[in-house]
Structure formats: C-alpha cells, structure tokens
Design a protein around this ligand. Structure first.
Ligand code: UGA
Length: 437
C-alpha cells in the first residue's frame, strides 16, 4: 500500500504539493485552519492565481484521492507522512522569521499521533528549527520515537509551481534515520530520476536559505552593475547578455531592473542574517545587507527617474503604472517592487493609476488610496509618464502607437528592461530604462 499523505497549510506551497501528489496517485488530505479556504478548495476553487494548478486540483478532487479538512484529528488518523507547508513570514519590525505557524502545526498534530509516521517540514525556516521541533514532537506525541521528523525544503517558484513540484532540480532530505530516508524516497519515487541529497537537519534547512540568498545576490549583482552603467553611460542589458555566454556565470537571474520582491527572497535573506547573528556568524552574511540595500535602491532610483521625466515634481502629474504583482504570472503583491514604487509616487503627490492583468484586486485591497484602471489603455489615459513595473507579456506586446494615442505625453520608464527600446523610440516615445543610456 502506498503511503497516505497529509499536507498542513494551504498556501502556494501546500496546495501545489497536495494536488501534485494526488496527481501522482497518492491519497492526500490537506489541512488549513481557515474554514473558508477549505470550503473553496473542496469546491475546486483556488484561493490564489497559479497557472496550471486548478486542473490538477480538480482532477485530484474528482478522483477521490484529494480532499481538504480543518480537523487535525482526521489528519492524524489518515496520514503516514505529514508534510508541514505553513508560512514563515518576516516578523513585524524585525529581520527574523516568525515561526509561530510551524510551532502551531506541530502542537496541533503531535498529541494526536499514536502510530508510526513521518512529519516532514517543507517550510523555509531558520537553521536549528528542525532540531527544536524534533524535540517537541518527541515530547508531545504518544507514539514517541515512532513519530519522527524529517526536513525536506521546497524550491518551487510561483508561476511555475506545478512544473517545479513534478520536475524538481533536486530533492534534499534532512533525516536522522534510514527509515525516514526510505519513506521519503518511496514518496518521491514516482518523480523518476531526480538527484537526491541526503543530509542532517541543519544542512537541509541551510540549503534552502543559501539557494535563495544566492539568487538574491545574483539579481543584486546585476543591479549593482546597472548602477555603474548609469554612471558610465553603458548598457547593462548588453553587459548581462555578454556575461551570460560564460556558462560559469549563466544568464538566469541576471535580468537587471526593479529588483526582487515577493514572499520569499526579501524576507529569507533578512531572516538568514538574523539567524547568523544569533549563531555568532553575522560577519559571514554582512554582504546580504548590501544585497538588500542594492535591491531597495532600485525602487528609489525608479521613483527618481519617473520624477525626472515628470519635470522635477509629481505635483499635478498623472502617472500610469503597468504592473502591481511582484513578478508576471502571479497575483502576489507581497513586497512587490511595482507597488512600492506606485505608493511612493502617490506619497510624493503624483496621481497614480495602476493596471495589472491579475493582481489588481489584491492591490486595490492593500492600497485603496491609489487609482486603478481595467486595462493598460485605461491606466495610462492622460498620463504624463508611463511606468512599466512588472513584465507581463501583455505589456511587452503593447503597441506604442496605440498607447501613444491616449497619453498626455509619450514618456515611458521601462523598469524591467522588457520593451523593445527602438520600437518605442521610433513611435516618438521618450524611452528610459534602468541601467541603460
Ligand atoms: C523564489 C525562488 O526562485 C524559489 O526557488 C523558491 O522556492 C521561492 O522563492 C521560495 O522560497 O518559496 P519566487 O519568490 O516565486 O521564487 O520568485 P522568483 O521567480 O525567484 O523571482 C523573485 C523576484 O526576483 C521577482 O520579483 C523577480 O521579478 C525578480 N527577478 C528575478 C529579477 O529582478 N531579475 C531576475 O533576473 C530574476
């Protein structure tokens, strides 16, 4: 009999993991403490925008292999392997990660575990958390050593969540026993040939934070080059292209622009610095402060460029903003560079109107003080300056001539180096971009 799986926490990670594992043939029970979310999921409705996930969810529900509950009793009775996929957001006013939801999950589940099972952490946590949770699990669970902890970090990207779950680059198993390793190898066997790295808890936790720190560093590296290019009248796009042919460097995560946002990279590098400090290794990660600072400076530079194009002040100026999500193909606005720029311009007196193909409702809820348009054309109507802040394909495909017909002045700042500069210039636009002459 294949193992029965449970998934605790139904955010991007949890829903995708639950639905994908059901698609692979496992019986899966998902849990969340939010009854509304559970009702929607059981009705086949996604609470988030994630391309390709809804059909997988619906297939799982229709097959009878996937369902969702709010009951820890049901989860404990059902599962052989329990995946913990809850969020670990940044603490308010601090760099450190808030691990309350993980502790709540273990405290909800452990006292109900009375038989052999594996509890598998997938959330991104400060190194040392798994060891602490293993003690807690042993203390609280009636099954004693039969209920064991493993750490199995997740590397999926929003927008590609299903693909990344079914075709991971690697699987990392932080385990203490051969039994735990064997159980997890069995769970992931249907994925076929995937490199598996078996580690201790601490290394498994660190692989995840190190991976995100590396990606953030790579993005900030090219954005630092963009700053130098701006000062030297050079072109960061060509620089990046030329670097990318060196396969020791590679071209991915080397797109200069407004920098990184979202629910992971920014808070993960901050939590990593905070944890290193607690461990007495803060010097090792001081460079991440710079990575963060470079990233935040891009937003400020974008506002400065927009103000420059507006003639030195935003007062009496209408600004059309294209994009609110932290990246394309997502409705996620957590720490979105696009929204941060829009809000800053609003504070400085600009009349900002935003359009985003999917994230509009989330943006409107978070920032009711800004204006929203139902299309790109509507958002830029009468604008003195247009800003492209999230590189949705829909924006890349915009016709500069058509857009030029509705704006007050043909001025655009391309915050993602996504547009064909020549195309826009030849349609009479004053085109500016970050890191380019
Ligand atoms: C990131 C990691 O890529 C995943 O591997 C990881 O699992 C995930 O965090 C997580 O910890 O949960 P995600 O937040 O979905 O995934 O977003 P990315 O696609 O990595 O993009 C992050 C940000 O970097 C976006 O704002 C994007 O616009 C920006 N970016 C990306 C750049 O500015 N330049 C680039 O070249 C690439």
């Amino acid at each position: 009999m294949p193992y029965r799986l449970t998934v605790i926490g139904t955010g991007y990670l949890g829903i995708t993991h639950a639905a994908s594992m059901a698609d692979l043939g496992f019986e899966v029970l998902g849990l969340d403490v939010d009854p509304d979310k559970i009702a929607r999921l059981n009705a086949g409705e996604l609470p988030i925008h994630e391309p390709g996930l809804e059909p997988v969810l619906r297939r799982g529900l229709a097959s009878g292999r996937l369902r969702f509950t709010t009951s820890y009793e049901e989860v404990a009775a059902f599962g052989d392997v329990h995946f913990v996929c809850v969020g670990t957001p940044q603490k308010r006013g601090e760099y450190a990660a808030d691990v309350t939801y993980i502790d709540n999950a273990i405290e909800g589940l452990a006292p109900l575990l009375d038989r052999e099972c594996l509890v598998v952490g997938k959330s991104t946590v400060p190194v040392g958390t798994a060891e602490r949770l293993a003690d807690k699990l042993a203390r609280l669970s009636p099954a004693g050593a039969e209920a064991e902890l493993a750490w199995n970090p997740e590397f999926l990207r929003e927008g590609f969540a299903v693909h990344d779950t079914l075709h991971p680059d690697r699987i990392v198993l932080g385990v203490r026993t051969e039994r735990a390793e064997k159980m997890l190898r069995e769970v992931y066997e249907p994925l076929g040939e995937v490199p598996i790295v078996v580690t201790d808890y601490a290394t498994a936790e660190l692989v995840k934070t190190a991976a995100n720190a590396f990606l953030a560093t790579k993005i900030s590296f090219i954005n630092a080059m963009a700053e130098v290019c701006e000062a030297a009248h050079a072109d960061v796009e060509l620089l990046s292209k030329a670097l990318s042919y060196d396969d020791r460097i590679g071209g991915r995560y080397l797109n200069a622009g407004l920098g990184f946002g979202g629910g992971c990279l920014p808070k993960d590098i901050r939590a990593f610095m905070a944890r290193a400090g607690e461990l007495g290794a803060d010097q090792a990660l001081t460079f991440l402060r710079e990575v963060d600072a470079i990233n935040m400076r891009r937003r400020a530079r974008m506002v400065d460029l927009a103000r420059e194009l507006a003639g030195g002040s935003f007062h009496g100026c209408t600004v059309g903003v294209l994009g609110a999500a932290f990246k394309p193909n997502s409705d996620d606005i957590r720490d979105s560079p696009a929204l941060a720029v829009a809000v800053a311009i609003g504070h400085q007196g600009g009349k900002v109107t935003i359009y985003d193909p999917i994230a509009l409702d989330n943006a409107r809820k978070a920032h009711p003080e800004l204006n929203y348009g139902e299309s790109a054309v509507e958002a830029v109507r009468g604008a003195h300056v247009v800003l492209l802040l999230t590189e949705w394909q829909e924006f890349v495909d915009l016709d500069p001539e058509q857009l030029g017909g509705v704006v007050a002045a043909r001025r655009i700042v391309d915050g993602r180096n996504a547009l064909d500069a020549e195309n826009w210039r030849s349609a009479g636009w004053h085109y500016r971009a970050l890191g380019r002459p």
